[in-house]
Design a protein around this ligand. Structure first.
Ligand code: SAM
Length: 510
């Protein structure tokens, strides 16, 4: 009788791996029996199931082959149950633990197949069950973090085993970001579903369903001997500390998880804009409105190369205490200035004179409330920055006393406007109070417009109106590094003693 062509095909596929037909025969026979002669399941993925089964079988060479096959298939069935546990959470391929949801997703049930369950009992009953059983792959990772580090090479908490089902998921579009020696990041991207082939340190993969996965590959050169995996919590806390102090991130809500979440959101948002051929113009910027209360933004950018890490990320969250219609120039970029001014804001495109840039958003406080805050923050060594005094009457019909005058304090709640640095006299932005359409016209927003043509990549600056000679002012001026030929700070960097601290206050007229 002519040999079954499918059998011949399977033998030949295995032969290509150096496995003889003789060795394959019993394993194939067992698989056919378990899968009710469903060849598709065996042939899929280039006979992967057959290969797995063969190696399982071979592992226990020396024991009775048939009994062993039974045990192996039994193990597969246990794997299937594990997969179902994860399916229950509708998150079957989650591999990283998060702090909010500790590693239970990764934990594998100790549930055993009931004693006495025969191989026959464990047969998949439906094709989908069968394929679950078949597609299941279990990678064992040691409980010991150190051993896990050796085998996995990255810091993930595992409880027992990492379960990786080989279910077919929609293809993820991947993008790699590599960094050069300055820490400058550059990325390649594409709009099709093909993975790019460049090597890099960060891989972002997304699917059309809005799923985004990040994979960070550490620079091997930074590896230390005796490496032992830290917990995810330790890493997150360390990074949060680092960005809150070293990089002067001022958002008290800052967290690495939010940062990474912000990256994913930005990726999706930018991808969406790219697809819809989004193009910003001065007028369209004005049309961008949103309630920013819950939105987060991610910005990756350059530091001055003083950090060891390969990619530098900064994020800021925008918390607006009341629902405001905010117009935001979408191509703005927060970056670390080189002159020691901390973070700054720059434009990514040329802006003609008179272009609306962004609003200055902050909490509205009375002068008294602001003063109390400043006293409090100086006691706790917190940096308190940039209150803007408003001369609007804000609903009051009479003349306001000084202590009732209102300020915008963007220290804890603000928008990108909080990153605009001061420049003496010839700043390229001007702040304009913009009346809001309320019947009494008491209220206004503070909006920034360009006071001159601004070139792409130029820093956006604003004259805070500081009197650097006023030493009695309750808020001490910072040592100015604006670089303007008209700088009014006699103590500016390199030209005298360092004046105490960081604060800026300006008074505007409505
Ligand atoms: C409105 S914030 C600007 C964003 C700020 N650079 C940051 O990193 O958050 C104002 C603070 O920035 C710093 N700054 C702004 N302009 C500066 C300048 N010309 N020279 C030095 N520091 C400046 C001061 O610390 C000031 O209190």
């Amino acid at each position: 009788m002519a040999p079954n062509p499918r059998v011949a095909q399977a033998f030949s596929a295995m032969k290509a791996l150096g496995i003889s037909a003789e060795e394959v025969k019993p394993v194939l026979a067992e698989l056919l029996r378990v899968y009710d002669r469903n060849w598709e399941l065996i042939e899929e993925d280039n006979y992967r199931t057959l290969v797995d089964a063969y190696f399982d079988f071979k592992d226990d060479k020396g024991t009775d082959a048939k009994k062993k096959a039974s045990v192996n298939f039994h193990a597969r069935e246990r794997s299937k149950q594990k997969l179902h546990l994860i399916d229950d959470d509708d998150d079957e391929d989650q591999v990283l633990t998060t702090r909010n949801k500790p590693s239970q997703k990764l934990s594998v049930s100790n549930r055993k197949t009931p004693p006495g369950t025969s191989m026959q009992d464990s047969r998949p009953r439906t094709s989908s069950e069968a394929s679950h059983a078949r597609l299941m792959n279990v990678e064992r990772v040691s409980n010991s973090p150190c051993k896990a580090a050796k085998s996995a090479g990255h810091s993930v908490d595992y409880e027992k085993e990492l379960v990786k089902p080989r279910t077919k998921k929609p293809k993820l579009q991947t993008q790699h970001i590599s960094t050069n020696h300055n820490g400058l990041s550059h990325a390649s991207s594409s709009c099709n579903n093909n993975a790019t082939t460049s090597t890099g340190n960060i891989t972002i993969a997304s699917s059309a369903q809005g799923e985004v996965k990040l994979s960070l590959k550490c620079n091997a050169a930074l590896a230390q001997p005796n490496f032992c995996n830290p917990s995810l919590d330790t890493v997150m806390n360390f990074m949060e500390e680092k960005y809150l102090t070293a990089c002067k991130t001022q958002d008290p809500q800052f967290s690495m998880v939010k940062l990474l979440d912000g990256l994913c959101r930005s990726y999706l948002m930018l991808g969406h804009q790219k697809r819809s051929n989004f193009k910003s113009s001065s007028s369209s910027n004005l049309a961008v409105t949103q309630d920013e209360r819950s939105s987060s933004h991610f910005i990756s950018d350059i530091t001055r190369g003083s950090e060891k890490a390969t990619v530098f990320l900064h994020h800021y969250l925008v918390h607006v205490p009341v629902k405001l219609v905010v117009s935001l120039h979408t191509l703005l970029k927060v970056y670390m200035t080189r002159e020691g001014k901390g973070w700054g804001l720059r434009t990514l495109e040329d802006l003609p004179k008179g272009t609306f840039v962004c609003e200055y958003v902050g909490e509205i406080l009375t002068n008294t409330e602001l003063y109390e805050r400043i006293v409090q923050s100086s006691c706790s060594n917190d940096r308190h920055t940039y209150p803007v005094t408003l001369d609007a009457d804000w609903g009051s019909e009479g003349v306001l006393k000084d202590e009732e005058a209102l300020c915008l304090d963007a220290t804890y709640n603000g928008n990108v406007g909080r990153f605009i640095n001061h420049r003496c006299f010839d700043a390229n932005l001007i702040d304009i109070p913009v009346e809001v359409e309320t019947p009494d016209h008491h209220y206004y927003h503070l909006a920034f417009f360009t006071a001159k043509n601004v070139r792409a990549n130029e820093e956006l600056t604003w004259d805070y109106g500081i009197d650097f000679d006023d030493h009695d002012h309750p808020i001490k001026a910072f040592q100015c590094s604006c670089g303007s030929a008209f700088c009014g700070d006699k103590n500016r960097k390199g030209e005298g003693k360092v004046e105490n601290q960081v604060h800026a206050s300006t008074r505007i007229s409505a």
